[in-house]
Design a protein around this ligand. Structure first.
Ligand code: PLP
Length: 374
């Protein structure tokens, strides 16, 4: 049987990894400035993470959501402490798309409405309503297209209000910093007005923090810089450091009822052990502070490279914009200099999404490679 060929693959085969490095089957070492697509938060194979998951699988890897799981309660508590988001409830699932799908579904249940407002260049996942709210017609199948979605430019409050005022919108979903779209972020004024408009017209504001959350920007959630309080916050990627786990934080105004949402695997014991380890290491190693420090150092070095025309993003969710397409540069970095980086919809933008544990020497390695490749 062959694999369903949906991914254009780089010709490397990682077999093990440690912190910010990935090793192939010949022990060739790659610097991971891609974090497996913004997933690796506390570093590959962090010893505490490995030990906790091992211990948990040896005790109880999975049981149904129809029995008590105190690890979920503990995760809810630790998430509140780490994020400072008080007055939310936690629902756990397995991926980013599933988190957004549940967020949109919940918004529809709560408001009794069904239309969604989303933004151009946004990405929310590949399932039903989440993919319909994603600005990429190529990945929206006819079966998804039945979901009514209106897309606006990030920053277009006038357009958003015109649509919201018709009062048939259940949710406004926004990536606070766009990932695959190319690292655009609107102003604090925009996000605050957006929150105000959503409230005014009885729609829920969903902050998609799947990529920009869990410490990647140096704040726990990227929206916190803008001092807004979304109704629902969706999370995944860095939340499990590679273990598939996602979730939504749901404002306490939104009431649960039995059977409203559900999942077989979501919030299982192993997923909780993984996510609890991530929160513990973020705290023990003061990684949010590290993100801010390393981001400053990275940006300072990037400014010294004349070919870089613009530096986008914040924290360790960064983009280097050149005045030429970066596809060849990315290939050179990976095959000749053994550095893994990311791309985006903007063909000139090299995306930087390293583990949050990186140190100055990793950044020096990256820039030596980049300069040589250029
Ligand atoms: C902002 C954002 N939302 C949602 C998703 C979908 O997450 P998943 O691939 O885990 O379904 C992604 C994945 O890249 C993302 O970056």
């Amino acid at each position: 049987m062959s694999l369903f060929d949906v991914y254009p693959l780089f010709d490397i085969t990682p077999v093990r990894a440690l912190d910010a490095f990935v090793y192939d089957e010949n022990e060739k070492k790659y610097l991971d400035f891609y974090g497996g697509h913004a997933v690796i938060s506390i570093g590959h194979s962090h010893p505490e993470y490995v030990e906790n998951i091992n211990r948990q699988v040896g005790m109880l890897g999975f049981y149904s959501n129809s029995i008590k799981n105190p690890l979920q309660e503990k995760l809810a508590l630790k998430l509140t402490q780490a994020s400072g988001c008080k007055g939310y409830q936690l629902f756990l699932c397995n991926s980013g798309a599933e988190a957004n799908e549940n967020a949109l579904k919940l918004a529809s249940f709560h408001t009794g409405k069904s239309k969604v407002v989303a933004f151009k260049n946004g990405f929310h996942g590949r399932t039903s309503a989440a993919v319909a709210a994603t600005d990429n017609p190529k990945i929206i199948a006819p079966i998804n297209a039945q979901q009514e979605v209106e897309l606006f430019e990030l920053g277009d409050l006038k357009g958003v209000e015109e649509t919201l005022s018709k009062k048939d919108v259940c949710a406004v979903i926004v990536e606070v910093i766009q990932g695959i779209g190319g690292l655009d972020e609107a102003t604090s004024k925009f996000y605050r007005q957006l929150a105000r408009l959503a409230k005014k017209y009885d729609a829920l504001l969903v902050a998609d923090e799947i990529q920009c959350g869990f410490g990647r920007t140096g704040d726990f959630f990227a929206f916190q810089k803008h001092r807004i309080q979304p109704d629902i916050i969706s999370m995944a990627k860095g939340m499990g450091n590679g273990f598939p786990v996602g979730g939504i934080l749901i404002h306490s105004d939104i009431k649960a009822s039995h059977g409203l949402l559900g999942t077989t695997f979501g919030g299982n014991h192993l997923a909780c052990a993984a996510s609890l380890s991530v929160l513990q290491v973020l705290r023990d190693e003061a990684l949010l502070k590290n993100v801010t420090k390393m981001s400053e150092y990275f940006i300072k070095k990037a400014r010294q490279i004349p070919q870089i025309k613009q530096i986008k993003g914040r924290g360790l969710m960064l983009g280097l914009e050149f005045d030429f397409p970066i596809a060849d540069l990315r290939k050179k970095l990976i095959y000749q200099h053994h550095v893994v980086t990311g791309s985006s919809k903007n063909p000139n933008l090299l995306r930087i999404l390293p583990p949050l544990t990186i140190q100055k020497h990793h950044i020096d390695l990256f820039f030596n490679a980049l300069e040589a490749a250029l």
